[in-house]
Design a protein around this ligand. Structure first.
Ligand code: ADP
Ligand code: MG
Length: 247
């Protein structure tokens, strides 16, 4: 069976810094894969190479068997691939609902959806689904900037799932989120995976969160994969323990 996402031998340097040094992995359709590793291990750079924010120096990225290496993010969005960034990307002046619709329009990238009002082309209905999925319904008319940080992170995640994204990459969705919201976020992500079959890859620092959410983990250190497998095994791996303690 072909993987939904195939990452092969990705390398990326910034001047003298080799941020990613030959990373390969597959993601199966419907899977929740976690990417962990100490600060500076290359996680965000790897995401940027997969999602077209950066062009890798070497290697390839395939989605559903199609070579998408170096394609711009807008092109990838239209192929059903989207992401969140490590830092919040919500529009504080817009309402929760407007943020969702805007994300949907951006993912489609169609001039048609920009020309017609926000309720066209099923985006309103999709926003409704996301409001329910992420339990943001009662906040739909609040401006995003008036939400708590945790609620904004929920909204940020919900935006990535707009417009039928089939593969979503989340960069530290739990970063800075308090414990109660954390459980909520994890549960919501599990629900959307279970009920819609959407695949995602999650970079996360919070070990408890990632261990509970993901069926498989890959561990990066200094730009390379040093371990890969079930969360319980990865956690016991001496190389992983050393990578974390060494920092
Ligand atoms: P992580 O997300 O795992 O914390 P990053 O991918 O952000 O790691 O960074 C990996 C390495 O690449 C770090 O040494 C970082 O300083 C460097 N790096 C990342 N982005 C840039 C950039 N735009 N310019 C120069 N160096 C960068
Ligand atoms: Mg990062």
């Amino acid at each position: 069976m072909t993987a939904l996402l195939e990452v092969r031998d990705i390398e990326k340097s910034f001047g003298g810094v080799q941020a990613v040094r030959g990373v390969s992995f597959d993601v199966r359709d419907g899977e929740i894969l976690g990417v962990i590793g100490p600060n500076g291990s290359g996680k965000s750079t790897l995401f940027n190479c997969i999602l077209g924010q950066l062009v890798p120096d070497r290697g390839s990225v395939r989605v559903n068997g199609r070579d998408v290496t170096g394609l711009r993010p807008s092109r990838l969005n239209r192929l059903g691939v989207s992401r969140t960034f490590q830092l919040l990307q919500v529009f504080p002046e817009l309402t929760v609902r407007e943020n969702l619709i805007l994300a949907g329009q951006e993912h489609r990238g169609s001039r048609l959806s920009r020309l017609f009002g926000p309720r066209d082309a099923g985006l309103g209905a999709e926003a409704d689904r996301m409001l329910d999925f992420f339990r943001l319904r009662r906040l739909e008319d609040e401006t995003a900037g008036s939400l708590s940080y945790g609620q904004q992170k929920l909204l940020d995640a919900a935006m990535a799932f707009m417009s039928g994204s089939r593969l979503v990459l989340l960069d530290e969705p739990a970063g800075g989120v308090n414990l109660t919201m954390l459980a909520d976020l994890r549960e919501r992500l599990e629900a959307i995976n279970r009920e819609t079959g959407v695949t995602f890859v999650v970079i996360e620092h919070n070990m408890e969160f990632v261990m509970a959410l993901c069926s498989r983990l890959i561990v990066l250190a200094e730009g390379r994969i040093i371990a890969e497998g079930a969360p319980a095994d990865v956690r016991r791996d001496p190389l992983v323990i050393e990578a974390y303690l060494g920092h």
